[in-house]
Design a protein around this ligand. Structure first.
Ligand SMILES: [Zn+2]
Length: 129
């Protein structure tokens, strides 16, 4: 049997009145939306934190603009390869995965990546062919 007693989405009180009501009070409505916003904000913050961690791992592994390093080494420094800010494809069709101003590319050795620091020309790079 389906109950027709609807409950406030925030405090679970039984709702009375209009059938499209979702909250027992304006307070519950705003509390619910704040809570949702906080959950979303927390998620965004966690990703941002990871991105900064990735960036700092890449930077430490690549202090001179370009370096080949073991992925394991990056992981040990807190790198999480899932989280990236953008990609960049070179003329030679190499695909770099960036975290802000540091990026890496998979090289032939599956255990290693090539890290590069962003250069100004990459901003204007558009591939038309
Ligand atoms: Zn309520």
């Amino acid at each position: 049997m389906k109950s027709n007693k609807r409950k406030c989405l925030y405090c679970n009180d039984i709702l009375k009145g209009r059938s499209d009501k979702k909250f027992c009070s304006p307070d519950c409505k705003s509390a619910y939306h704040n809570q949702r916003t906080n959950i979303q904000e927390d998620y965004i913050k966690a990703i941002n934190k990871q991105l900064r961690k990735n960036r700092s791992a890449l930077k430490k592994a690549c202090p001179w603009g370009k370096a080949t390093v073991r992925k394991e080494f990056l992981k040990q420094m807190g790198m999480d390869f899932k989280h990236l800010t953008h990609t960049w494809r070179t003329e030679n069709n190499n695909l770099y995965f960036f975290c802000y101003d540091y990026g890496y590319m998979q090289i032939d050795d599956p255990k290693k990546v090539l890290i590069i620091q962003k250069q100004d020309y990459m901003d204007n790079h558009t591939k038309t062919g």
